[in-house]
Design a protein around this ligand. Sequence first.
Ligand SMILES: Nc1ncnc2c1ncn2[C@@H]1O[C@H](COP(=O)(O)OP(=O)(O)OP(=O)(O)O)[C@@H](O)[C@H]1O
Length: 620
Amino acid sequence: MRPATVADEAGAARTAGSASQPPPRSGRHRGALRRLMPHARPFLWHHRRVLLRLGAWSLLESAQTFLVGICLARALDQGFLAGQPTVGLGWLAVAAVSILLAGPVLRGVFGQLSGLVEPLRDGLVRRAVRQALNRAVADPARAAGARRAAVSRLTQQTEIARDSFAGLVLTVRSFLFIAAGALVGMFALAPALLLVVLPPILLGLVLFLLALAPMAAAQRRFLDADEAFTDRAGGLPGQLRDLVACGVTDSAGEETRALAEEAAASTRSLARWTAVRTLTLGVAGHLPVLMLLAATPWLLGQGVTTGAIMGALAYLVQSLLPALRAMMTAVGAAGSRLVVVLDRFVSVDADGADTADGGTPRAAEPGARGAFSFPGTGPVPVPAVWCRGVRVSYGAGTRPLVEGFSLSVGAGERIAVVGPSGIGKSTLAHVLSGLHAPDEGTVRLAGQPIAGHSPRELARMRVLLPQEGYVFAGSVRENLAQLEPGAGDERIVRAVAALRLEALVDRLGGLDADVDPASLSAGERQALCLGRAYVSPAPLLILDESTCHLDPAAEAHAEDALADRPDTTLLVIAHRLSSALRADRILVLDGTGTAFGTHRSLLRDSPLYRDLTGHWNASG
Ligand SMILES: Nc1ncnc2c1ncn2[C@@H]1O[C@H](COP(=O)(O)OP(=O)(O)OP(=O)(O)O)[C@@H](O)[C@H]1O
């Protein structure tokens, strides 16, 4: 049998990823087995009757294996070597009948196999379609083509899962029952045979099991690195002009070099583990035969007959070792594929992330991980901001600023909004905050319609910080706790520390000191307002150029601190390119239409975004 090569391993990894959403982040698949077990156990328990029937058919396979070795030994010892050829032929005839029985046995096994494999596929297909439909409802802005692509990807993955699962069940089951038949047969022939062949088989198996986890990790690392590099290299030629225009060729080159180095390192690592696996296959697949041949004089000295040694050889060469090699290969290749694909189903559910645009997967809905319940459907995360069919204008008869506008932002996401001056960014911020009712359409925050809430209720749903930082005459503490009057000192101190406001608070005389708004600079007022947003209980923070009086470093720190605030979704109306670069996704407003994507995808797809970044770069 041909040993697995790095190319095979890479192929197996690619097959699992070929149906892929974008490459999983490194480490994302760590603990995949642990994540899958809670779903696998109920599935297997639910199909326990099929498993029992499969076991019953497989027992016949054990019996058949057992008979072949025993018959061969008897044919030699009691027949041909004892001068009784007819007896020998008789035993061989029994062996031949048992071999012929293999056909019906295999038919029975396959019949039961479908009872296990098809429900898995049906469940996954149902799940794939429901996931896509749920996302289509939750995110109507996504193009229909992308939705179809998501269904196609997921249905394709179900086929990979089905084939891999079938291969695994077949080979693992076969190995277990054939091994049982062969080992019992050897024990029946002469227990001393087991002393010779069992240790190398067990050694190979243990080495194989020890290498399994690092091998799978190496496959995943290779898959991630290979996809990331291919993605990058494929996109570069088309982006070259914009990269030069934006003056970011050095950083783009560095990034590409790092991806290439990671791809090379991951391939080397995969090669090393493939060599280890080939070694384990060699130990388990060939050493038992060598040991048996080398131990023949000793076995004969122990009174083991020639027929028994030949029977053991037949068990090893005909049944046990081929089944062992098939099982090891299947677990190594199909097993990894199955884990990767099923884990993607789990991860799609947990993240609610549709990454069809090639963008960054959205941040997970807090607490949603593990919501997968196989093979039913799990909850789809509620978007932090969701709007549909929104039309906004200032007065009847005037040209609408936005029309037919839809958007879905996942909880925990960091979004930047960009667009030319006067295009309607602030107006959109007001609409999303419930301060300006749209002419048409619906806006929901965390699943709740924004319309019809009192100002107090709105304050618990979102914070909108305008460009002008409004500070009132009162204590520093009152200013910081304005949106959460009951906030304790601990919370206020945490906000002060997170936003590095200690020096400002000290200069003002501490938390209890009175503030004279007129004595503060515009930047200081903005800093206090950012602290106020941090203290607020609202999960959605909208910054409408509310850091424009801070220097770029302070602005970056403030945005990072607010984005890192627990359970926070951050929407920043950006006035610098750096804000957009820090965001997970960017919304580009251009009056007649919008574009929504990552910095990279927008550089490629949105002429307006390219112009804006070029303008920002030119103006420093
Ligand atoms: N209350 C209002 N009544 C009438 N027109 C308004 C009102 N507020 C804003 N507008 C107009 O709506 C358009 C969009 O304004 P908006 O402030 O939302 O744009 P913007 O993209 O935030 O601009 P900038 O980047 O300059 O802040 C502008 O033409 C503005 O003059």
